[in-house]
Design a protein. Structure first.
Length: 82
């Protein structure tokens, strides 16, 4: 069964602010989706999309009828992490 993926208003604003494409975020969520309980939060940090200079962080929650993407943004690395 295909799970419906929706974006919160906040996530849509972050995507607009950072010029992130919806299809890229959908791809990350479907590729990294693991089964979980309803109401369970998940976090994906991915650096495989080279067109974005920084890794992307996706925070979402599994709901009964869909997956809700709460926020999306590029992760700025601290200098000591490099």
């Amino acid at each position: 069964m295909q799970m419906d993926i929706r974006f919160s208003r906040h996530a849509k604003r972050r995507m607009s602010l950072y010029d992130l494409k919806e299809e890229d975020i959908l791809s990350l969520v479907t590729e990294n989706k693991s089964e979980g309980e309803t109401g369970e939060r998940f976090i994906i940090i991915d650096d495989s999309m080279k067109k974005y200079e920084l890794p992307l962080k996706v925070v979402g929650v599994r709901q009964e009828e869909c997956i809700m993407i709460v926020t999306v943004y590029p992760v700025k690395q601290r200098s000591e992490d490099r």
